[in-house]
Design a protein around this ligand. Structure first.
Ligand code: SF4
Length: 489
């Protein structure tokens, strides 16, 4: 079989889908809340590019506008912003749409009490659905978020009691922004899987929340603090209050967030992402083979780790420079966005189209290529391009341990078809990827990038020992996972 046939006829590589998204919330009686929400969604579009939506409340009614596409496209070309007069609450979401239809684009509303956006994945939702008599498919979508909203709506009590009552029963990963007619609620799961930050509008008229604090500058807000794991915040005319706090002795913050999803100019869990990635580079420099002429990244999330590796004493003493050996065409798929990991299909094809190897940089060179992670193996296509452009040797330095297990908490790596499982033998995997050598960061090293010092535990328990989830590399899930809904069915 020809190589290209092998690559593109492999259905498990081209049909994999992934989920991750961004949420925002705004409360202000002075400023245009939908406009502020849009600014946040545009800043967070790296977390989900398939659909965008904003819902607003003016105290009497809700209005929701959502569609497929980047936030700037949905609200710049396709639709106008929600226009409800005197709206003072907004919630919004950038989404990777699992079905490719609008059926799972958010915000969801229950026609009465709540506007609801969710980042993460609930791991006991099928059990809760059965308990409360809610079907697994609502409005054409198998969605944990729809079931969560239906369950919340059906509980007895005030809106606040319904929200607290439902959240106490949820397990797994969740960050919510929930609007009632006159209040904004924000919640983060007790294990802190996903990030969520609180900001204050600079005109002192209210508060904002966002999946990453990098959104606050464009929202004309200032970072106040992270929403605490297990915290439910209520924002209303009386200001901001914590109405519930479920403190756990252990957290399970997703280690993949600073390594891959987060924007490099921000902080995740209080860790500067740029520093995390620089440390990745410093650790990768320990794996530099002897025969190297230059260090280069696979753009974009490999860039800072590659710079970090090239800036080490080791690299400088050996005179190994940093170079851009791959050009990324910024105009390709500009209306869809450019992150290949979170596109619903054709990641490998997208990877080949997106990158162009610069033969004037790599021809005749022995290169170390830094990539953020290897999931299914599209790195192979990048290596192929570099070979075709004349690279003499290619060494892969991978800034994350091999991904071997599915993530039930909102990141879909493609069940069962991960490269490290398909080709467990490291040398055979190196061959498949067209590389001369292949090195990954270890469990302990990736945790050290987060904590900033050497760790004592080096086996697979190092993640939980430092309040992280690393289940996609170790298989040690911090929660029960038998109650998830497989959205791909
Ligand atoms: Fe993050 Fe991996 Fe845990 Fe999923 S399994 S939450 S991607 S560390």
């Amino acid at each position: 079989m020809a190589e290209s046939e092998f690559l593109f006829n492999n259905p498990s590589e081209s049909e994999v889908i992934q989920t991750e998204c961004a949420i925002v919330g705004v409360y202000s009686r002075k400023t245009k809340v939908a406009r502020i929400a849009l600014e946040g969604l545009i800043e967070l579009n790296h977390r989900g590019q398939e659909s965008a939506g904003i819902g607003v409340s003016n105290g009497d009614r809700f209005q929701v506008v959502k569609d497929n596409g980047l936030a700037s496209v949905v609200f710049g070309f396709t639709h106008s912003l929600p226009s409800l007069p005197n709206a003072f609450i907004a919630v919004g979401q950038d989404r990777y749409s699992t079905s490719g239809t609008l059926s799972d684009a958010q915000p969801f509303d229950d026609d009465e009490n709540f506007l609801f956006v969710h980042n993460g994945n609930l791991t006991n939702i099928s059990r809760l659905g059965a308990k409360y008599g809610i079907p697994p498919e609502i409005n054409g979508a198998r969605s944990d978020s729809r079931i969560a909203l239906a369950m919340m709506s059906n509980l007895r009590g005030t809106e606040r009691e319904k929200i607290i009552g439902a959240i106490k029963e949820f397990e797994g990963a969740f960050c919510f922004a929930i609007a009632t007619k006159d209040k904004l609620f924000a919640a983060r799961d007790p294990l802190g899987f996903r990030p969520l930050s609180l900001g204050k509008l600079n005109d002192d008229s209210g508060y904002v929340i966002a999946s990453e604090s990098v959104a606050f500058s464009a929202m004309d807000a200032t970072f106040v603090r992270d929403v605490l794991p297990g915290e439910i915040l209520q924002i209303d005319k009386n200001g901001l209050t914590t109405i519930h706090l479920d403190r756990r002795s252990r957290l399970a913050r997703c280690i993949f967030e600073p390594a891959y999803f987060a924007r490099p100019d921000g902080e995740i869990y209080g860790i500067p992402v740029a520093l995390f990635r620089k440390r990745q580079g410093e650790k990768l420099a320990l794996y530099l083979p002897d025969d190297i002429d230059l260090i280069m990244p696979v753009p974009r999330s490999g860039i800072q780790a590659a710079i970090g590796a090239a800036a080490t004493e080791t690299a400088r003493a050996r005179g190994i420079p940093y170079a851009d050996g791959l050009y990324t065409n910024p105009y390709r798929d500009v209306l869809k966005g450019s992150r290949t990991f979170i596109q619903p299909d054709g990641r490998d094809l997208a990877a080949t189209n997106k990158y162009s190897a610069n033969k004037y940089v790599v021809d005749g060179m022995r290169i170390a290529v830094v990539d953020d992670t290897i999931v299914r193996g599209s790195f192979r296509l990048v290596a192929q391009k570099l070979r075709n452009a004349g690279a003499e040797k290619i060494h892969g330095l991978i800034a994350f341990p091999p991904i071997k297990h599915k993530c039930p908490y909102g990141v879909d790596f493609g069940n069962g078809d991960l490269l490290a499982n398909r080709i467990p033998d490291l040398d055979k995997r190196r061959e498949y990827l067209f590389l001369d050598s292949l090195s990954y960061l270890s469990y302990a090293e990736i945790v050290e990038c987060a904590v900033g010092n050497q760790v004592e535990i080096t086996d697979e328990t190092v993640f939980e020992a430092h309040d992280f989830c690393g289940a996609c590399v170790t298989g040690r899930y911090p929660t029960e996972i038998d109650g998830i809904i497989d959205k791909t069915l």
